[in-house]
Write a new protein. Structure first.
Length: 224
């Protein structure tokens, strides 16, 4: 299957560079570029790509609002937004998590890592740059919303003990294979548990599962 990608960034050189790099892969097609968030939302609605590489700071509409609109559109459930960041841990990045971002990618990432990241997020099998995403989510978890503790208890109460274990390992950035080995279950069983977690918790992908694990207190920031 060809992975269809939209690149949204107000810097022409960044957009062009990413597009040329990704477009050189036989299984990836860049279906459009956007110079601001409004253009990105319109382009995504028209093309329905699997992956959007989204800058945060753009004119007209920033990447945060664009991410919120894309993630809030049920018809775009198959589209995953990856935030392009310089890793400055600003408030925009944390809000992007709440808006539904599936992960984060450094703008100066190595070409091979960028290509692999697009494939990974399109498959929905793991986080983009797990260490980066985990650190960002840990920072996010230090800023709980009012009533988060009580809501967290109610959220976790609907999970089985095994589902809690799987959610905890997902939050630590483990792949399905690593989770299977750690919990002594099959790869297929792990995928089943993760599918149930996504359904029960109303999460779009693994990045949101990680966010929920921290937000509910199941995993503490800085935990090994």
């Amino acid at each position: 299957m060809t992975i269809r990608v939209v690149v949204a960034d107000d810097q022409v050189l960044v957009r062009s560079g990413f597009s040329m790099l990704l477009g050189g892969e036989s299984d990836i097609e860049v279906v459009g570029e956007a110079g601001n968030g409004a253009e990105a939302v319109a382009l995504v609605a028209r093309e329905r790509p699997e992956v959007v590489l989204m800058d945060v700071r753009m004119p007209v509409m920033d990447g945060l609002e664009a991410t919120r609109r894309i993630s809030g559109d049920e018809s775009l459930a198959g589209t995953h937004v990856v935030i392009l960041t310089t890793f400055d841990l600003d408030e925009y990045v944390h809000e992007a998590l709440r808006a539904g971002a599936s992960g984060f990618l450094l703008k100066d990432t190595l070409p091979v890592d960028l290509i692999n990241a697009v494939r990974v997020v399109a498959a929905g099998d793991a986080l983009i740059s797990p260490k980066i995403t985990r650190r960002l989510i840990e920072e996010f978890a230090k800023r709980p919303e009012p009533g988060a503790a009580a809501a967290g208890e109610a959220t976790l109460a609907q999970l089985t003990e095994r589902e809690r274990e799987v959610l905890e390992t997902v939050a630590r950035g483990h792949s399905n294979a690593e989770i299977a080995a750690e919990l002594f279950v099959s790869h297929a069983t792990v995928k089943t548990h993760i599918s149930r977690l996504l359904m029960k918790l109303g999460a779009r992908d693994r990045a949101q599962l990680v966010m929920i694990a921290y937000e509910t207190g199941l995993v503490a920031p800085g935990a090994p």
